[in-house]
Design a protein around this ligand. Sequence first.
Ligand code: MG
Length: 368
Amino acid sequence: MRTKIIKIETGIIKVPLKKTFRTALRVATEVEDAVVKITTDDGLVGIGEAAPTAVITGETLGSILEAIEKYIKPAITGMDILDFDELMLKLHRCILKNTSAKAACDMAIYDILAQYYGKPLYEFLGGYRNSVKTDITISLNDVDTMVADALAAVNDGFDNLKIKVGGDFKKDIERVRAIRDSVGKNVKIRLDANQGWKPKEAIYAISQLAKYDIELVEQPVAAHDLEGLKMVTENSPVPIMADESVFTPEDAVKIISMRAADMINIKLMKCGGIHNALKINAMAEAAGMECMVGSMIESPISVAAAAHLGAACHNITRFDLDAAYLLGEIPVEGGIVYRGPEIFFTGGAGLGIGKIKDEYYLPENQNI
Ligand SMILES: [Mg+2]
């Protein structure tokens, strides 16, 4: 039996966050993401999501919808899901960059493929685990707010805090010291500077921060500054993870061959979806580098896709998938459920997402 793409629809999912999200790069108060639904001639429907994170990927809601409608849709409509490699080639070659738009379509295709074989996506991809445990992000704020947020997270059962730093590096040291003092020794702390430091500031800051028992530091310096990243990595007692410096498998080749970082944070929105994420993870594994799977500010649709990927692969050892936990409401049926930091799959083949609740969904274009 074949399963041919006959329809690609786009829409928008909109959900408020519980509280404002702040990093060294941006402030967010809601999720407003593009959604894609792909239907095949045998009645399977796959769903995907793209987060417009303009300061990281350069994509906006409008650019994502246009990339899908004007470039991806004509390139892959009529193709058979089982001609998978050719389908991926067309998806990735029909337009340069636009990785989040591609990720939404890639995850919808994987959703269909796993449904076709009757398996939950994490089993289809490798099935190493059947749940994952996420950290929780503490937004960049004044010290007292960050300490209060950290204590609230620990109270909710989280034992791994991802603390946003990358502001004034002296204040960052104060932030981390205060949080470590208040949460005690048994909570893991990882830091994300979101490119906020210069290489020498990073080396100084990390040398001071190391005494607060830091698991890793994400993206200390500018994304394009691979030499600076390498210098920090070589001079840091704490493992350094590349995030914004690695979008695609080609970027991963560079980071790995330069040994510019110790670990890689894979995000579907940066790499263009699960197909490329698996390539990055395989290269990292061969180089002895572990990966984290993270997300942007996303709803449970694309967070489910990332969680399925992370659960499938033994070399993905860390999970930064609290995005859907940060939502004020649950906009979809099925997919994933959080029990404190643990993310479980609700069952069903593929991504396992049921319906997007009407009040959170705006259809954009339902034409064939
Ligand atoms: Mg990051």
